[in-house]
Design a binder for this molecule. Structure first.
Ligand SMILES: Cc1cc2nc3c(=O)[nH]c(=O)nc-3n(C[C@H](O)[C@H](O)[C@H](O)COP(=O)(O)OP(=O)(O)OC[C@H]3O[C@@H](n4cnc5c(N)ncnc54)[C@H](O)[C@@H]3O)c2cc1C
Length: 471
């Protein structure tokens, strides 16, 4: 039997694609090495990290509760129970995806797929043995793995990638996080809250390269109090395993020439991710890769081989689960004959640190680079009733609007719960809403969502809670 759709890789891109294909009555096979679909996102990415970050938040609030008149003793951490909680979250979700596979009658094979020819896969089953599958269309959704540059690739369990760090082997006294991107900062925050002295080194001049500086500044201020040190413009040039820790040589710093050698109990390397595009047999097809190894696709997720599509982390940035799922759905709809394309105006990005950072659409830096005429409207959370009740005024809502049309081109948020709030920004940018739309939409009080409405009021110089003296 020929499968109408064969999906290689069961992450959020692959399983969303397989499920939609089945919903559209296409005979579908999904191949992944795990027992159930989930991919990096569910097994060793988004989900376990957010379970740990949730616990870190509770811990942090318990520690600050004395200021609100509630006193607890110093929290005690039961590491095994914490690991169990995180593992159970993953298990619950992956058994759910397993059930959905059965309900939808997707043929699921636990194994690794290779490409035999543009219409045939060879699958090495996890339990042993091989099988050959024919397909009309394949969707490659093989995801990505942590990057390990040679200077940082030493074979010692104390040097961890994100997967190892999520296992919480212990709470090290000192932890060096190499990379000030979102993965390093999220996991670094977890360890810092659990009690590690965390140092972050970042090669560029700022944390979270690519994110808006107004947002990052507020996060950096807080990180300055929760982490031991953040060193910018600094790179790790050597690491050596010693009995008393990992000796790390750092170079850079303010003047760019400092060189220090320090020992850390553990090191987390979070310097980016590489696409899993080395699929066996792919070279025998017309599928192309770019110089960074990403599979090249058009906006319908088609590769240069007409029967093969690709989606998710393996096709490029931003490497985010919701982008992968959306691309997966586009690929299936194209295969089903619909005239659709991936044309998102706003792919939200969220950094689940404390405070959270979230943004979508155009950033101020991008607008300036493109020479676009934009107006910025900012609403500081110190003026938000809800933020004050939460004792979390360390926040900002920022709108980027087209100067001529008042259209909302981008939204940036930093503050507690920014990851939830950004959804309204996505809708505004996708729907082409303008400042008047946002200003006239009544938002519930007292909520942080009001900061969206009031930032539109700031644009008109009429925000209720922000006084602007008349000139
Ligand atoms: C610590 C961490 C935290 C993250 N947090 C977030 C977050 O909060 N929000 C967010 O949006 N993103 C987050 N991400 C990124 C997110 O996990 C990825 O963007 C997402 O998983 C990509 O989905 P995908 O479907 O492209 O591939 P993946 O999830 O990488 O899945 C690919 C699957 O394909 C399998 N595979 C590979 N080769 C083959 C083969 N030849 N045959 C069969 N199967 C194969 C792999 O084993 C894997 O199961 C995080 C990542 C990490 C590491």
């Amino acid at each position: 039997m020929t499968n109408q759709v064969a999906v290689v890789g069961g992450g959020p891109g692959g399983y969303a694609a397989a499920f939609l294909a089945a919903d559209l009555d296409l005979t579908t096979v999904l191949i992944d090495p795990e027992v159930n679909p989930g991919g990096v996102c569910v097994y060793r990415g988004c989900i376990p990290s957010k379970a740990l970050l949730h616990v870190a938040k509770v811990l942090d609030e318990a520690r600050h509760a004395a200021a609100w008149g509630v006193e607890f003793g110093e929290p005690r951490i039961n590491l095994q129970k914490l690991r169990d909680f995180k593992n159970n979250v993953v298990k619950r979700l992956t058994s759910g995806t397993g059930q959905l596979v059965k309900h939808r009658k997707v043929h699921y094979i636990q194994g690794i797929a290779e490409i035999a020819d543009p219409h045939t896969l060879r699958v090495k089953r996890a339990g042993g043995g091989e099988e050959t599958l024919r397909f009309d269309h394949a969707i490659l959704a093989t995801g990505s793995t942590p990057a390990a540059p040679p200077a940082l690739a030493i074979n010692d369990p104390r040097v961890m990638d994100s997967t190892a760090a999520l296992d919480l082997p212990d709470i090290p006294k000192s932890l060096l996080v190499v990379g000030g991107g979102y993965i390093g900062l999220e996991l670094g925050s977890v360890y810092a809250t659990l009690g590690s002295a965390v140092t972050v080194v970042e090669m560029t001049s700022g944390l979270l390269p690519g994110a808006d500086r107004d947002l990052v500044d507020i996060l950096a201020k807080r990180i300055g109090t929760t982490m031991t040190a953040v060193r910018l413009n600094t790179r790790v040039v050597q690491m050596k395993a010693q009995a008393d820790g990992i000796a790390v040589t750092l170079e850079g710093g303010e003047g760019g020439k400092d060189s220090t050698r320090e020992a850390f109990d553990r090191v987390l390397v979070a310097v980016g991710r590489c696409p899993n595009s080395g699929i066996e047999g792919l070279d025998g097809t017309r599928v192309k890769r770019d110089p960074r190894g990403f599979i090249v696709v058009d906006n319908q997720m088609r590769t240069d081989e007409p029967s093969i599509f690709a989606i998710g982390d393996v096709v490029g940035e931003p490497m985010l689960a919701h982008k992968a799922s959306h691309e997966g759905r586009v690929a299936v709809e194209v295969i089903a004959g619909e005239n659709v394309a991936f044309e998102a105006r706003a792919i939200p990005a969220v950094v689940f640190t404390d405070p959270e950072i979230a943004w979508c659409g155009l950033t101020e830096a991008q607008a300036r680079q493109e020479g676009r005429k934009v107006v910025i409207a900012k609403f500081p959370w110190g003026a938000s009733g809800r933020a004050i009740t939460l004792d979390r005024t360390d926040g900002l809502t920022k709108l980027l609007l087209d100067a001529d049309t008042e259209r909302i081109l981008g939204v940036g948020l930093v503050g507690a719960g920014a990851g939830e709030l950004i959804a309204e920004g996505v809708l505004a940018v996708e729907m082409g809403a303008n400042a008047t739309d946002l200003k006239l939409s009544i938002h519930p009080h007292p909520t942080l969502t009001e900061t969206m409405m009031e930032s539109a009021e700031v644009f008109f110089g009429q925000a209720t809670h922000v006084y602007r003296p008349r000139r």
